[in-house]
Design a binder for this molecule. Sequence first.
Ligand SMILES: Nc1ncnc2c1ncn2[C@@H]1O[C@H](COP(=O)(O)OP(=O)(O)OP(=O)(O)O)[C@@H](O)[C@H]1O
Ligand SMILES: [Mg+2]
Length: 589
Amino acid sequence: MPEASQTNHPPATNLAGSELRAALATCRSALIGIALFSGLINLLGLTGSLFMLEVYDRVLPSRSVPTLVGLAVITALLFTFQGILELIRGRMLVRIGNQIDWRLSERVYDLVVRLPLRTRGSGDGLQPIRDLDTIRSVLSGSGPAALFDLPWLPFYLAICFAFHPLIGCTALGGALLLVILTLLTDRLSRRSVLKASNLAATRNRMADASRRNAEVLVSMGMSARLLVRWRQLGVAYREQQKTASDISGGFGVTGRILRMMLQSAVLGVGAYLVIHQEASGGIIIASSILTGRALAPVDLAIGNWKNFIAARQSWQRLEKLLSLLPAPAARLPMPAPTRTLLVEKVSVTAPESEKLLVADVNFFLKAGSALGIVGASGSGKSSLVRALVGAWLPSRGVVRLDGASLDQWPAEALGNHIGYLPQDVELFEGSIADNIARFANEPSMDSILAAANAAGIHHLIVSLPDGYNTQIGEQGTLLSAGQKQRLALARTLYGDPFLIVLDEPNSNLDAEGEEALTRAILGVRARGGIVVIVAHRSNALAAVDFVMSMQNGRQHAFGPKEEVLSMAARRDPALPGPFKVVPQTATST
Ligand SMILES: Nc1ncnc2c1ncn2[C@@H]1O[C@H](COP(=O)(O)OP(=O)(O)OP(=O)(O)O)[C@@H](O)[C@H]1O
Ligand SMILES: [Mg+2]
């Protein structure tokens, strides 16, 4: 593929761009079968014409009823056979669509999950799933059968020529007109189909955001205003849809009428030939049927063109994304990390962005240490910890556990060694136990209890009617913000991971919650784990022994807690509290 070299990831493109084609290739024998079936179907497509030819040129002159009956029986059998073949071919196509969906659906789910972490994310994020659906449904529809019939067009035309060159020329002219029509349809509707699908994605994204922010919309009376935007999007979407359908529909009708005209034209030419005694009467009808039959797939293809374009665009989008995010390579098992966390000159940019959010951060922690990261809002703390847990890839530098960079671990295994509490806690629909146990297939109740105890929420959970089996609604709607945060803390601690990263875990905690947090950090240190905690409030730093302060994405200071905090205090004595968050404007760089 020549375009491959134009992307940022040429090797990945070559390797994974074929992923879709590889899925299709697994259906190769079925596709060959369909091609053979199509051959038979197209041969059988001659039945009607041959019957007419025989009736006109043999039965009518001889006035033989038995011949007619015999011919009729054979013809009926052939038609039945053709019907059965077409039925099987249709079913095979449906199964090929399903097979491709089956082979790729897990990969596409993985894509949807990792996409926001690796790309800037266009569309509504669920586009890959819809793209796969589109490909499947178009493959399973009537369109592909038409594509298999199209190569037989020359065969029919050749027979027309065999009847008489003039008939052949008429049919050929008609076929050319129809093909030009098909190309025009493609050219003219491609852009509106693409625009319509982009607008549909924007609309979905907006509906989803509104649904999630229902409280804000209703309480601040924003729903009416957003409705206006919704309406505008809807108008634009329908406009593009309409254009695409108009073009495709218009050409569809033109094609059909043209085909009917052509059939009559062939009849006319045949009649002219009969008048000049250059052909038999049977040929008039036979060639007319033949022409109709030859051009039927063109007709069907034009009618399906909108779907073909949509499927092709879906295919290209998916292929691009699959190559952007190749399936993780299988990695050898690694021993669990137990000793160190090394952050080597790590710089971080947001996915697919050039702007450095974090630059050249260096530090080293031994098992049993806890690091507090402080800094003003927007100083890059969350961006840094995303790289620490492998959610974002560092644009430069490397994060190592026991000397091995994160990408050396198999993804699942690495997840068991890391506990991450993001700044915006989101829980999953399911039971409390499921959420704590990270939806493990065979969760260990002991580990769940240990994690809940360490996070100090055991008593809260057992006070709920169903205890650990309580179903929390979507995004944990059943719980308060503080409860959610503590539940997420338990999820972080589940299974005693080596590296625990907490991004402002105390933002919603009360005094008791903060005490539990401190105890949890001390517990992790005592068992030889490493904790990295981002904090705005000093209470959360009670259990750490190292502190790093960040400013404008840079590591401003790193060292033992007292040293760094007293240094910060000296810089800005006006700030209250046991540690000072250095404001970005207050110090020179
Ligand atoms: N996904 C993103 N894409 C682009 N820029 C981002 C993204 N996330 C964060 N940023 C930018 O990175 C900078 C640092 O953000 P970050 O969330 O790391 O700050 P922070 O120190 O955690 O702040 P806070 O204390 O408010 O949580 C900000 O200027 C922000 O605009
Ligand atoms: Mg943050």
